[in-house]
Write a protein that binds this ligand. Structure first.
Ligand code: CA
Length: 224
């Protein structure tokens, strides 16, 4: 599950992203409306969390532009308490739900679960590659009758590798996506987690392997 957060209050955006990542969602953040729109137009998200008051383009304009272009990704609008009028406008523009700031973690997650369920995205989100299945709900990697629980970062790395199957995933891509920075000091962590994953693949007797492309990155092999 991949969620886009469009919010100009950077600390709030990052707090929301951290909550979602702890629940195994992948997240991207845009800090203004125009960037948010560009991200959303790729149609690669299962859900968009969209603030209304945004620099460059407001949330309602982002939303109506998306709907006009037939992007039907579920949208959860964030509103301030004073913006009652905006809630009504938001629903008119094609929002699926709204949440008033400040909100609790539980409330946010419940809304997101409800929205993605409504869309029917939940039942078939398990990722497959070769003889490997990633169980998104249990956080397990399964091969035949064997399974192993993956740590959160291991899971996200495997998810990234499978989503990029047939292509090379660079260390930089892993760091940006999973650690949320461009910091090269995290590159060693990528190697460490790759080695954990390799051990787990061999524990499962999977025919899938993670190949190193020296100086470039990693890719999966072993799908028939
Ligand atoms: Ca705002």
């Amino acid at each position: 599950m991949r969620i886009l957060i469009v919010e100009d209050e950077i600390r709030l955006a990052e707090a929301v992203a951290a909550i979602l990542r702890s629940q195994r969602y992948s997240t991207d953040i845009a800090n203004d409306g125009l960037t948010g729109l560009q991200f959303a137009l790729t149609d690669e998200y299962d859900c968009i969390i969209l603030d209304i008051m945004l620099p460059k383009m407001n949330g309602l304009d982002v939303l109506s532009t998306l709907r006009a272009k037939d992007i039907e990704t579920p949208v959860l609008l964030l509103t301030a308490r004073s913006e009652v009028e905006d809630k009504i406008n938001g629903l008119d523009c094609g929002a699926d739900d709204y949440l008033t700031k400040p909100f609790s973690t539980g409330e946010l997650l419940a809304r997101i679960r409800a929205m993605t369920r409504r869309r029917g995205a939940a039942p078939d989100i398990n990722l497959k590659y070769g003889d490997i299945v990633l169980d998104m709900k249990k956080g397990e990697m399964i091969c035949g009758i064997n399974s192993v629980v993956l740590g959160r970062k291991e899971f996200q790395m495997m998810e990234t590798l499978i989503s990029n199957a047939g292509q090379i995933t660079t260390k930089e891509q892993f760091v940006t996506k999973i650690w949320g920075t461009n910091d090269e000091s995290e590159y060693n962590n990528v190697e460490v987690y790759i080695s954990f994953l390799r051990k787990k693949l061999s524990m499962l007797h999977s025919s899938v392997t993670i190949k190193t492309r020296r100086g470039i990155g990693y890719c999966l092999e072993g799908a028939k």
